[in-house]
Design a protein around this ligand. Structure first.
Ligand code: NI
Length: 202
C-alpha cells in the first residue's frame, strides 16, 4: 500500500534519460552518467541486523548496494518487489558472477515496532540468503529514511489485527562509495532489474 509513491528520484531519472537521448547521437559515446549521480540521497546510519549486531552504511564500503525500505508484514508490494530484486540478482549471478559478487542487497524496515531483528532477518532470507535485513529504533529508522528520501507512516488497520504501513516504493542502487546511481525497475520484473544492474555495476 503506497500513498507516498514515486518520489522525485524517478522524475530526476526520467529527466536525465531524456537529456541523454538528446545528446546520444555520437558514436562510441562515453558511458552515460548515472541518473541519480550527485543526488543528495543516502548517508551513514547505525542499524541492527538479524543477529542483533550494529551495521553501518560505511560497513559496505567498496560494495555496490541495492537498498529497499519496506516492512515484513507488507501484504503485497514489499514481497513482490523483494522477489523481483532477488530474481534480478540471481539472473546477474548467472550471467556475470563477478559483477553480482560486488553487490549487497539491503532491506531496511519502516516498521520498527513489529520488525524485530529476527523478523526482518527472516523476511529478507525468504527471498535470498544474500539480502541483509536491517531494523532499528523508531528514531534510527526515522533518521535513516529521511537521509534516503523515503517517506512512511502508519496506515489503515487490518481486519483481524495489525496495520498497514504506507511507504515510498523505490529500489535504489548505490555505488561503492555510497553514492546514488540509479533506481531499479522492480515493477518491470527480475530481468529488468538484472539489466539495470548490469548497466551500472562495473
Ligand atoms: Ni510494502
Amino acid at each position: 500500500m503506497n500513498r507516498i509513491n514515486k518520489p522525485s528520484p524517478r522524475i530526476l531519472a526520467a529527466l536525465a534519460a531524456a537529456a541523454l537521448s538528446l545528446a546520444g547521437c555520437e558514436a562510441s559515446a562515453p558511458k552515460a552518467e548515472p541518473p541519480l549521480a550527485g543526488a543528495p540521497i543516502g548517508g551513514d546510519f547505525a542499524l541492527t541486523n538479524s543477529k542483533g549486531e550494529t551495521v553501518r552504511w560505511d560497513d559496505f564500503a567498496g560494495k555496490y548496494r541495492v537498498v529497499y525500505f519496506g516492512y515484513a508484514f507488507c501484504p503485497d508490494v514489499c514481497p513482490t518487489d523483494m522477489s523481483r530484486v532477488a530474481q534480478g540478482l540471481k539472473a546477474l549471478k548467472a550471467s556475470d558472477p563477478d559483477k553480482a559478487a560486488k553487490i549487497v542487497p539491503i532491506f531496511i524496515s519502516v516498521d520498527p515496532e513489529r520488525d524485530t531483528p529476527q523478523v526482518v532477518g527472516e523476511f529478507a532470507a525468504a527471498f535470498s540468503p544474500d539480502i541483509i535485513g536491517l531494523t532499528g529504533t523508531p528514531e534510527q529508522i526515522a533518521v535513516t529514511a529521511k537521509a534516503f528520501k523515503v517517506g512512511y507512516g502508519k496506515g489503515e488497520a487490518v481486519a483481524g489485527g495489525g496495520y498497514l504501513v504506507d511507504h515510498t516504493r523505490i529500489v535504489y542502487l548505490f555505488g561503492p562509495d555510497g553514492e546514488p546511481l540509479a533506481t531499479l525497475p522492480a515493477d518491470l520484473g527480475g530481468d529488468a532489474v538484472a539489466a539495470e544492474l548490469d548497466q551500472w555495476v562495473s
